[in-house]
Ligand binder design. Structure first.
Ligand code: 8YV
Length: 328
């Protein structure tokens, strides 16, 4: 019997592609070409499965062009690149990579918070530019992390990891807002109190966004939310581009209506709103919150395992949908 045909849509660790080759007929993308939707559709016309990253959109048009496709294994915990309803309707299984990146991403959220509040990149640029000639009392004076109030919007696994770091490691008061309230046990573990979004924005010294991207979470932070924040506050987005209105944020930063922002994700990335590139009080990183070698390997391995287990007939390990009737 012939092996299922799999497309690995972006370059990943070569040894993990080799592992997939033990089970499948694999077409890989070692040169990491960014295919257009039409090029991706053409490659999927004869494939049974695909390993995607967040940059491949899987929608009804693509599914119609890929009649044999049975599973899309995303190498990411977020899966807003999937039209889940269209996949479910077409009988296509979707999977993601939860858990394996939680702690690494929470570490990064905290690193970005520290870098932003303590003005690390802004001051490094100053030093590298040869501008540091003397010490002065207010040079790059930022805001404190320890003992301050951390507001977390989106209290899933990563949000909880950040809450624990803040509460237990830095003595922060942690408040959170989420679609649903955590259990009393989890709240106690995270030392976090549930508040409305408005109260969080008004009271937090540092606001951290860790909410999944959906139509409902689009522009969770826009001009009116920024207006509620303290002028000394920082805003950190490690969630998804589109959660923040980047143009409104750039204006608020330029006018110092909030103190600073740290952004790992952007609307329309890898393009970045040009105004964000010219304001000094923002730390910008290229979507690297999960980027440690062990974690990226764990993500790729979990995506690969989803394909292997699924075609072995045991269902998916980390499904994001439940198609009623699977494609055969
Ligand atoms: C990925 C992410 O690196 O897991 C996610 O949701 O945002 C990142 O960890 C990125 O989406 C590439 O797939």
């Amino acid at each position: 019997m012939s092996q299922p045909r799999i497309l690995v849509a972006r370059a990943i660790f070569p040894d993990i592609v080799d592992r997939l080759r033990e089970h499948f007929d694999v077409e890989a993308n070692p040169d990491d070409v960014i295919w257009t939707p039409a090029e991706l559709a053409a490659r999927l016309a004869d494939k049974d499965g695909v390993l995607t990253t967040g940059s491949q959109r899987i929608d009804a048009a693509l599914l119609a062009a890929a009649p044999r496709l049975k599973i899309c294994a995303n190498m990411a915990v977020g899966y807003n690149n999937f039209d889940v309803d269209a996949m479910t309707a077409a009988g296509v299984q979707g999977t993601n990579t939860p858990d394996v990146l939680t702690e690494t991403t929470a570490d990064f959220g905290f690193a970005l918070l520290m870098a932003t509040a303590r003005r690390m990149t802004e001051s490094e640029h100053y030093l590298r530019a040869g501008k540091w000639t003397k010490w002065s009392y207010d040079m790059f004076a930022g805001s404190d992390i320890h003992g301050s109030t951390l507001g977390i919007i989106g209290m899933g696994r990563i949000g909880q990891g950040i809450a624990k770091r803040g509460a237990h490691g830095f003595g922060m008061k942690v408040v959170y807002h989420n679609r649903s309230r955590l259990s009393a046990e989890l709240e106690a573990e995270c030392k976090a109190s549930y508040v409305s979004k408005e109260e969080l924005l008004r009271t937090a010294d540092h606001v951290m966004l860790v909410v999944p991207y959906t139509a409902a979470s689009h522009h969770t932070i826009g001009a009116s939310e920024l207006a509620l924040m303290k002028p000394t506050a920082t805003l950190i987005n490690i969630a998804r581009g589109g959660i923040v209105d980047d143009a409104a944020l750039a204006l608020a930063l330029r006018e110092r209506r909030i103190a600073a922002a740290g952004l790992d994700v952007f609307e329309g990335e890898p393009n970045v709103h040009p105004d964000l590139l010219t304001v000094p009080n923002v730390v910008l990183t290229p979507h690297i919150a999960s980027a440690t070698v062990p974690t990226r390997r764990a993500m790729a391995n979990l995506a690969a395992d989803n394909l292997i287990v699924f075609f072995g007939g045991q269902g998916a390990l980390t499904p994001v949908n439940k198609p009623a009737s699977a494609r055969v």
